[in-house]
Design a protein around this ligand. Structure first.
Ligand code: SF4
Length: 283
C-alpha cells in the first residue's frame, strides 16, 4: 500500500512561503494514502491560478487545464476511466467566477468526483485583484475604493443546487482537512470541499489569524446533524459561511453513474471482444 510520500514527486512547488496551498497538497497526498490508493489510481485535474499548479506537484495522473474548466475535464476523465479516483481542484476565482456554471451543473449531476477549492478570496496569480469571494468593501488594485459587489456564498449555493457532500476546512487544520478529503473521496457522488487557504502575499485582510478568530469549527458544535440540509443552510447563514467541518452529506441520493442506464455494465466492446466495427455500427 502506498504511503503519502509516494504521492510526492520531485517538482518543487513555487508557491510563496506560507501559502495555504502547501497544506492542501499535503492533505490530498495523505488522504489518498489513507484511503488505500496507489498513485496510478488517482487523477488530479486543476484549473488556472496559483492553486492550479497542484496537479503538477502530486505523483499521480494530472492535468493542468484551462481557466474555469477543471470540472468538465475531470468529469470526462471519470466517465472514461471509471476505476480512477478523480480530484478536481482550483481557486475561488477559477471555480466561482469563470467556472461557476460548471460548478453548479457538476453539483447537480452528482458524478463521483471530489472538488477541492483553495479559497483565498483574491486572485493571487495575477497579483491581487478582487475575486467573487472577496467581501464587500475589499480594496485591491481592481477595486481601489472597495468592492461594491457582495461576496458569493458558494456553499449555500451548493446546498440549494442539490449537493450531496458539502464540507469546508482551513489549511491550518491539516488533520481536519485530510479527514474531510478522505470522506469526500469515499462519498458516492460529487463532493465539494472549500478550503480557506490564505494568500499571504496579496490578501492582508483574510490572514491565518483572521480565520482563526472568526471560524466556527463544527467538530466542536454539539448536536449538529450533517444530514439535515435545513440545519446546514441555517448554520452557514448564522456564521456568514465561516464554518469548517462536514456541513452536509446526503448518502441516499444516487450518483450520476448509478442512474445512467447501463453505465455500471462493462463497455460493449469489453462484453463482446470479437465484435467487428461493422457489427458495432449496427447496434
Ligand atoms: Fe499563494 Fe498568494 Fe503566493 Fe499565489 S500569490 S502562491 S495564492 S501566497
Amino acid at each position: 500500500m502506498a504511503t503519502f510520500k509516494e504521492f510526492r514527486n520531485n517538482v518543487k512547488p513555487n508557491w510563496c512561503p506560507g501559502c495555504g496551498d502547501f497544506s492542501v497538497q499535503a492533505a490530498i497526498q495523505r488522504a489518498a494514502a489513507n484511503v488505500g490508493l496507489e498513485p496510478e489510481q488517482l487523477a488530479v485535474i486543476s484549473g488556472i491560478g496559483c492553486s492550479g499548479r497542484i496537479s503538477g506537484y502530486i505523483n499521480a495522473y494530472g492535468l493542468h487545464g484551462i481557466h474555469g474548466r477543471a470540472l468538465p475535464i475531470a468529469q470526462g476523465v471519470k466517465l472514461a476511466n471509471r476505476d480512477l479516483t478523480v480530484i478536481a481542484s482550483g481557486g475561488d476565482g477559477d471555480g466561482f467566477a469563470i467556472g461557476m456554471g460548471h460548478t453548479i451543473h457538476a453539483i447537480r449531476r452528482n458524478i463521483n468526483i471530489t472538488y477541492i477549492v483553495m479559497d483565498n478570496q483574491i486572485y493571487g496569480l495575477t497579483k491581487g485583484q478582487t475575486s467573487p469571494r472577496s467581501a464587500e468593501g475589499f480594496k485591491t488594485k481592481s477595486t481601489p475604493e472597495g468592492s461594491i459587489e457582495s461576496a458569493l456564498s458558494p456553499l449555500e449555493l451548493a446546498l440549494s443546487s442539490g449537493a450531496t457532500f458539502v464540507a469546508q476546512s482551513f489549511s491550518s487544520d491539516l488533520k481536519q482537512l485530510t479527514a474531510l478529503i478522505e470522506e469526500g473521496i469515499k462519498h458516492e457522488g460529487f463532493s465539494l470541499i472549500n478550503v480557506f487557504s490564505p494568500c499571504v502575499t496579496f490578501n492582508k485582510v483574510n490572514t491565518y489569524d483572521w480565520f482563526k478568530e472568526n471560524i466556527t469549527n463544527l467538530d466542536t458544535v454539539e448536536g449538529y446533524d450533517s444530514s439535515n440540509r435545513i440545519q446546514a443552510m441555517t448554520k452557514l447563514m448564522e456564521t456568514g459561511g465561516l464554518l469548517t467541518g462536514l456541513i452536509y452529506q446526503n448518502k441516499e441520493r444516487k450518483s450520476y453513474e448509478d442512474l445512467v442506464p447501463g453505465f455500471r455494465q462493462e463497455p460493449l466492446a469489453a462484453q463482446n471482444p470479437e465484435i467487428t466495427a461493422e457489427e458495432f455500427d449496427k447496434l
